[in-house]
Write a protein that binds this ligand. Sequence first.
Ligand code: WT7
Length: 637
Amino acid sequence: MNALYDHKITSVSDFEIARKKAIDSPEVFWSEIAETFEWIKPWDTVLQYDWSIPKTEWFLGGQLNITVNCLDRHVATHPDRIALYWEPNNPDDIAKTYTYKELLDAVNQFANGLKNQGIKKGDRVCIYMPMIPELTIAVLACARIGAVHSVVFAGFSSSALAARINDAQCALLITADGAFRGDKIIDLKAIVDEALTDCPSIKKSVVFQRTFSEVRWDNRSDVWWHDFVEGLSTNCQPTPMEAEDPLFILYTSGSTGKPKGMVHSCGGYMVYTAYSFMNVFQYTPGDVYWCTADIGWITGHSYMVYGPLACGATSVHFEGVPSYPKWDRFWQICEKYKVNQFYTAPTAIRALAKHPTKIIEGYDFSQLKVLGSVGEPINQEAWDWYATHIGKNKTPIVDTWWQTETGGILISSLGGVTPGKAIFATTPLPGVQAALVDEKGNPIIETAGEGILTVNYPWPSIARTIYGDHQRYKEVYFSAFPGRYFPGDGALRDSEGNYRITGRVDDVVIVSGHNLGTAPIENAINAHPDVVESAVIGYPHDVKGNALMAYAIVYDNIASSDELIQSIRQTVSDQIGPIAKPDRVLIVSGLPKTRSGKIMRRILRKLAAGEFDALGDISTLLNPEVVEEIKAALTKK
Ligand code: WT7
């Protein structure tokens, strides 16, 4: 077996040994794990960092290609092992499987297409695709030749896509004619066409034919995937990459304007995603692992593509949605593939839990060994439902806390090995030095306490910068508490040292597991011709975790109407995407502001949540009367 598995933690004492070693000698700890991979050239320096710049570099001088570790080295020993089981949106369509050898061949062939197109190491390639195997193939083909992929979730609008393409100056776009999502067909190519009217850096679009929908076509700029790869060799030499060369860019929302293009590098990212995947999910070769995320998010990058493949795992990738054709689809898939590890989001759990448990009865869950949760704090009801109905009160649940920026899971129990605790992410993984601080940055040293979560020491998969804006990277993550990484979350710690993440401490709202900055949504609303100013906040929602409410001030001559509200919602959908559409829009005459003019979002949050008694002292506001007005409007509805 692959030597990486020598580092699998299978008991509490293993965990204690690893944890201690990672603190006492982090460089030895991580280099021993890194040595289990194939490197073209070994590194000279394990770690160099200075968080005042900030800079973090792992395995300096080392050269590798991540696809060799994800594909070739498994093909060398077990070419016929299944890498992917692909389950289509419609259960009556044909499912596909890819062995490691088949996946490598497909990746190489597509990589040769990219090379023919003139794409080379360092070029950025945008991928805007449905959840089909070709998405994984496109991602890995970029990595094969050292091109930096920037996957944009296929639910984003044309203007969101254009903004991301332009920020990274992508040279090529890989997409599909359309996407199947439940009973809907989404015309991806039409969205792309609109985006590309504004993206001069894109020279070519490669279009996979998935829905066979009619598309607008331009022979100069569009090429079908099947024509692009036709006749090409299935051998492609992997491009040697420096450990610190960028592997990909992935955008995440910020609390101000533009999305942040988080840059991940090749070496450290590979080592950390593989190590954390193996340990958190307690993966053993032969197991079937299924993560229900989309590759458009970091969960898909780290725990559907790179982590599992680096471990030689067999994964299920699902194109569709949990509700189609019926609400038992997830359990059908678990049974069909005999899934051993199942990883999903609290929002999906809550949506599933809304349906009578009769739907679940009769499905065989006996294969399940670990259940995972990610994306937002899991609430007690969702945890209980998951533990009882899917876990049958015996399968351990891992609540995994991490971020696009962290590249991999930082806090989680290890399935069935370290003790879990309901609604707690529990303990940091070996090598992760988490700490709680108060608002001034003073560490909370008592074991039990509540404060702001920070990380005090580099781990290998931390994002290295924000593409094109290192200054912003420094300000957002390293300036609040100098010398510490600041993720933007609050947390509490129990007397045993278990962490529970309590939620964002900045203006980011997690809606259905999607991290949405309120500022870009406000910008979109403010661009509506009738709107003067707006404020967007999250309020509790029983399925989505949080829902979005927009308070908007409109021009004097405009009256509130259903049409106006719909058109404001539509503006957000057009500019950002349907996921960012506010659930409620309230037209107001003013927004509660401090005397220095800062909108009091805290008050707006309490109002939307109906917590009228918890507003605190509003007498110091510039305009306390608007609070009464909003209360009255909300009570009326
Ligand atoms: C934010 C990061 C990590 C992949 C999916 C989201 C929240 C994530 C948990 C969890 C409580 C969580 C945090 C974090 N979050 N996982 N297990 N418990 N909160 O990635 O879009 O970068 O969002 O999601 O607030 O900062 P992301």
